[in-house]
Design a protein. Structure first.
Length: 468
């Protein structure tokens, strides 16, 4: 191992979920020249499931940021390199000189030679191979100018009679192939910039762009996201927004759920005046001090009690095995609207929690979701979900099941309405509940019992004690 290869460590984009293939870099917390320590968060990325902060696994000085904010990067791509032995030799000085020099063909050729010399058998996450004359500018040249160099190389190869193989067998991952298909791009015409000649998403977008790339961009200092579509002129009649991240995953999940599980939705309007009074009483209870107490807390508890009384509703459909899987635990999902889209984190083993524990878990879930810090693990293995559309002033809705779950309860706005109470029309706090369920798992009788139990508890919350 050379001195240079021993000095530099490269951190690859990890799979921060289960089987995710890409993530978008939302924000860099460091820049080249910054000192980092083992475990320090260096960037925030957004996957199809959540926003996640990535810590660096070693000490050193940031040498290079490979991608700017706003770039979608495949899992396994190097995103940052760190000099773990700063000040130990000439390579850093040479890199600084190279960074200050104008971009010239000989420098680019040296960079290409470096990549050709890199070992083929790289570790899954951390790599420590040498970069003879690296700099914070070499990666930007690869992002912007390598396609042009590769095109020139292709012309030269054609003159030598070697142009056919790359065109005949373009290498690309399935998501990239789908992107090319959606954009109407022939992969055989795309110049690859990925390792070993693999076509990346950036390559496909570059091929679809109507204008050529301008001068090289220093991605190590770039602070604004790379646009994925043309800037709309003033007065434009349409604006196109790329579908990615949480919104893309949500769209795919909802389409899959809507056209896989036969949905049935039932409704009930209920007087929740006593529940609202109990909420106010609990706010003054010393055992609930410091906890968030609101109607959603009691609605969640009511649903958990209803599931306990009707356990067959808590199930999933295993299509491959042709089996119904009954769950003896409840991971209660709470749909949360965030700036990045709708997410559904869940409270693990909610059925075992006391009311104060459930309140604490709900508070943590909501605050984490609002901050965009929900982890992928928090959104996995849900069994049933609550969506509170009432916070938007909506009376009710017909919610779509979260994939893999059997039921979802929609809670409408709680409003003061005229209601017949004890034989007289009085103003009462009223809401409408809607329960959607998978008719393969839940028949009309079972679904009706669950919804009726939730309504009965909210009308007479003392049933939380007698039925629990």
């Amino acid at each position: 191992m050379t001195e240079t290869s021993a000095r530099f460590r490269e951190f690859k984009m990890p799979d921060v979920g289960e089987g995710l293939t890409e993530a978008e870099i939302l924000k860099w917390y460091v820049q080249p020249g910054d000192t980092v320590t083992d475990g320090q968060v260096v960037c925030e990325v957004e996957t199809a499931k959540a926003a996640v902060e990535l810590p660096i696994p070693y000490d050193g000085v940031v040498h290079e940021l490979r991608f700017p904010e706003g770039t979608t990067v495949d899992v396994g791509e190097v995103i940052i390199s760190v000099d773990v032995a700063p000040g130990s030799g000439e390579p850093v000085a040479e890199a600084a000189a190279e960074a200050a020099a104008p971009v010239q063909a000989p420098v680019t050729e040296a960079a290409e030679a470096d990549e050709d010399a890199a070992p083929k058998g790289r570790q899954p996450v951390l790599v420590g191979y040498g970069v003879a004359e690296s700099s914070t500018k070499r990666r930007p040249r690869k992002v912007t100018s390598v396609p042009e160099q590769a095109a020139a190389a292709a012309v030269q190869a054609e003159l030598n009679g070697h142009a056919a193989p790359p065109v005949a067998k373009p290498l690309a991952k399935p998501p990239v192939r789908k992107l090319a298909k959606d954009l109407g791009i022939d992969l055989a015409t795309v110049v690859p910039t990925g390792p070993d000649g693999i076509i990346t998403r950036a390559d496909v977008h570059a091929a679809a762009a109507p204008a050529p790339v301008a001068e090289p961009v220093d991605v190590s200092r770039e602070t604004t996201p790379v646009p994925t579509a043309e800037v709309q002129p003033a007065g434009a009649r349409e604006t196109r927004i790329p579908v990615k991240g949480v919104r893309k995953a949500t769209a795919a999940a909802m389409v899959g759920s809507a056209f896989t599980a036969p949905h049935v939705t039932e409704f009930v309007t209920v007087d929740v005046t006593r529940t609202m009074k109990l909420v106010e009483e609990l706010k003054g209870d010393k055992e609930m001090a410091g906890l968030r107490v609101n109607p959603l807390l009691l609605i969640a508890k009511a649903l958990l009690v209803a599931i306990k009384r009707n356990p067959d509703v808590n199930a999933s459909w295993d299509e491959a095995a042709q089996e119904i899987v009954l769950k003896h635990y409840v991971n209660l999902g709470i749909a949360a609207a965030t700036p990045r889209g709708l997410i559904v984190p869940n409270i693990k083993d909610a059925h075992d929690k006391t009311l104060p524990q459930l309140a604490a878990a709900l508070g943590d879930l909501v605050s984490t979701a609002r901050e965009g810090k929900t982890s992928p693990a928090a959104m996995q293995n849900g069994t049933v979900t609550i969506t509170n559309v009432g916070v938007f002033g909506v009376d009710t809705g017909t919610p779509i099941l979260n994939p893999g779950e059997s039921a979802i309860l929609a809670v409408g706005a709680i409003k003061l309405q005229p209601w017949v109470h004890k034989g007289k029309v009085k103003p009462r706090q009223v809401t409408t509940l809607a329960l959607s369920f998978d008719h393969r798992l839940v028949d009309g009788e079972l679904g009706s019992k669950v919804l009726a139990d939730v309504a009965a508890i909210l009308e007479q919350p003392k049933r939380l004690i007698t039925w629990a």
